[in-house]
Design a protein around this ligand. Structure first.
Ligand code: G3P
Ligand code: CA
Length: 279
């Protein structure tokens, strides 16, 4: 059970409060998305545009600044407040608009170290390096993330850390530089990476395949061949506030478990765990 952006069904995504709640709800691991600031700090954000998840659009002091992570320093980002992406759908989370800061990878690593000590075993980290337009930017992000993991003593196979990206070139570069398990993220049931040849190729540089829920539900028979190619399979993302309703979501979770997936990313880890426990 991987808390996707923490537990964003209940707290604004990617805030430390969201990650704390995911861990309190029993998530085995959490998944941050990583983007670099102008001064080269890895922060937890899904996209560089800050308008949907912070108060930047209503801040007079940012009126003449670009509203993008890579254009702002960490100090500037820290002066913003996190907000709920989907306030109508998640009023319980929107209640916390303005309470929390944008968080850094280093802050999350310290939080996970505390939780690992409390549990007496490692809490997992599935860190996604967000795709960049230019290879040089992607490599700068890779350098920064690996340096941070090394600083925290986490660049080894027993650290509970997994690195993931949609960009095969980034995953391949990481393979050359770290012993950490790597996840190739794939979107869509028709991806060429899901053909027998594609799976065999992915298995040469990655350890796990993560595929979106609709694609896995459309092709549950993919899990067996992926496993036989030597790849674990994860499904993203379970959302219990889906407009289709809770019974439909529970049915999807059960279908994914029956298909044999090795893990689920969820926006509401407590509800996904409850479905799995009742099943
Ligand atoms: O890693 C699975 C999932 O997080 C990828 O999609 O857009 O939520 O980062 P996204
Ligand atoms: Ca992600």
């Amino acid at each position: 059970m991987i808390g996707h952006r923490g537990a964003p069904g209940y707290r604004p995504e990617h805030t430390l409060a969201s990650y704390r709640l995911a861990l309190a709800q029993g998530a085995d691991a959490v998944e941050p998305d990583l983007v670099l600031t102008a001064d080269g700090v890895a922060v937890l954000r899904h996209e560089s545009d800050l308008t949907r998840t912070t108060d930047i659009a209503v801040r007079a002091d940012f009126a003449d600044r670009p509203w993008r992570v890579e254009a702002l320093t960490l100090a500037e980002l820290k002066s913003l407040r996190a907000t709920e992406r989907w306030p109508a759908r998640r009023p319980g989370s929107a209640r916390f608009d303005g309470y929390f800061e944008v968080a850094t990878l280093d802050e999350l690593l310290l939080l996970l170290a505390d939780e690992s000590r409390r549990r007496g075993r490692r809490v997992g980290l599935n860190a996604e390096l967000k795709s960049c337009e230019l290879p040089a930017e992607a490599q700068r992000l890779e350098d920064t993330v690996l340096a941070s993991l090394r600083d925290h003593g986490l660049d080894h196979v027993h650290a509970g850390v997994v690195l993931q990206s949609f960009d095969p070139l980034s995953v391949r570069r990481l393979r050359e530089r770290t012993p950490l398990p790597l996840v190739q993220l794939v979107e869509g049931a028709g991806s060429p990476l899901l053909t027998p040849a594609g799976l065999a190729e992915v298995a040469t540089y990655a350890d796990v395949l993560a595929l979106d829920v609709p694609a896995l539900l459309a092709r549950p028979g993919l899990v067996g061949p992926a496993h036989r190619a030597g790849l674990g399979v994860l499904a993203y993302t379970v959302r219990h506030d889906d407009p289709d309703g809770p019974a439909a979501v529970a049915g999807r979770v059960q279908a994914l478990v029956e298909a044999g997936v090795d893990g689920l990313f969820s926006d509401q880890p407590d509800q996904t765990l409850a479905v799995c426990a009742a099943y």
